[in-house]
Design a protein around this ligand. Structure first.
Ligand code: ADP
Ligand code: MG
Length: 339
């Protein structure tokens, strides 16, 4: 009998994990923006080249990292956000898995510059395919800048699988919108191939929706507000006459995190029953706040799926609060919009 099992080297384990965390440039955008938010940034800038295939850079004015932390941040399961398994049930950060930077660094060329407020100088780390190339002292502003170049440089199959720049940029823009909508109090900007795509000042939620989706959106919005013991709902639904053939303006945020939930989406559809023409979908921008102990977001590495303890109650509250709002705004059933 001979033993054949071996532990994989770190860079191989990181590359495998990266397969789950990073599907495309938009995944990198999401992880970096979320890290900047967790760092308490008030202003976040996203810079892209070729839809993020050759460059995704995120610059923030957050709290930065010490020299040692900057190096540790690229280790797998290295996180400042949880200390124990119990912390998973009282999360108030986007991150907690300590996987993103390690994964990204396994499959791209990464340069991180960071400085904490009271430090004179910052640190700059260059890391390529999990291999640290250099770490130097640099002059850099307070906060963190992460540049991710040549995504999937060492996994040609993944690189070839990427779609056209138009399609990849759409994914990036979707991700940018989701994060920006969840945090109207933070200023965001986005640049692509040198041109400014979005410049979103810090504002309130209604204005953030309008700044992203256009001034005409303002008149479409019906406020939804509900506070119960298990769930607080706030945000907007679009008036029925502004429903769309696509689902591109449907947003649920749970505790400030964009989530996909076909079940809760159904609750909104139910509230709109009789108000929409066939083939049209309601638009909504809804923030749900629940006790973090009643949800599990650790279902998938990208964290866009959530498990709720009591889905049925949330469904009922959501449906009735949206129905109530639509009713208050005197929106009576209209079966035929053309007449
Ligand atoms: P996670 O976010 O799950 O903790 P990451 O791999 O995304 O894991 O980041 C690892 C750690 O690096 C974070 O816990 C945080 O301490 C630090 N970090 C990452 N990005 C930033 C940033 N923009 N500003 C300050 N610290 C950061
Ligand atoms: Mg993170």
């Amino acid at each position: 009998m001979s033993d054949i099992i071996q532990l994989l080297p770190d860079h191989v384990a990181n590359q495998i994990a990266a397969g789950e965390v990073v599907q495309r440039p938009a995944s990198v955008v999401k992880e970096l923006l979320e890290n900047s938010i967790d760092a308490g940034a008030l202003e976040i800038k996203l810079i892209l080249k070729e839809a993020g295939k050759t460059l995704v850079q995120v610059i923030d004015d957050g709290k930065g990292m010490s020299v040692t932390d900057a190096r540790l941040s690229f280790e797998r399961h290295a996180t400042s956000k949880i200390r124990s398994a119990e912390d998973l049930f009282k999360l108030n950060t986007k991150g907690f898995r300590g996987e993103a930077l390690a994964s990204i660094a396994a499959i791209a060329h990464v340069e991180l510059k960071t400085k904490q407020e009271n430090d004179e100088l910052g640190t700059c780390i260059v890391i390529e395919g999990s291999e640290v190339k250099s770490q130097n002292v640099v002059v850099t502003p307070k906060g963190t800048s992460v540049s991710v170049k040549n995504l999937f440089f060492n996994i040609p199959a993944r690189r070839n699988f990427l779609k056209s720049n138009t399609v990849e940029l759409r994914h990036v823009t979707d991700e940018f919108h989701r994060v920006a909508l969840a945090h109207p109090n933070i200023a965001f900007s986005m640049f692509h191939n040198g041109g400014e795509q979005f410049s979103l000042p810090a504002t309130n939620y209604r204005q953030r929706v309008v700044n992203i989706f256009g001034t005409k959106t303002n008149e479409k919005l019906v406020p939804v507000e509900e506070a119960t013991e298990v769930l607080t709902v706030s945000g907007f639904v679009g008036k029925p006459e502004f429903s769309k053939k696509t689902k591109s303006e449907q947003f649920f945020f749970v505790n400030n995190r964009f989530v996909k939930s076909p079940y809760l989406n159904h609750a909104i559809n139910a509230a709109f029953e009789g108000l929409l023409k066939d083939g049209y979908h309601p638009t909504y921008f809804l923030n749900l706040t629940v006790d973090p102990q009643t949800i599990d977001i650790n279902i998938h590495p990208t964290k866009t799926e959530i498990k709720f303890d009591d889905e049925h109650t949330l469904y009922a509250i959501l449906r009735s609060s949206v129905k109530h709002s639509l009713g208050q705004f005197n929106i009576a059933p209209v079966l035929d919009f053309d007449s």
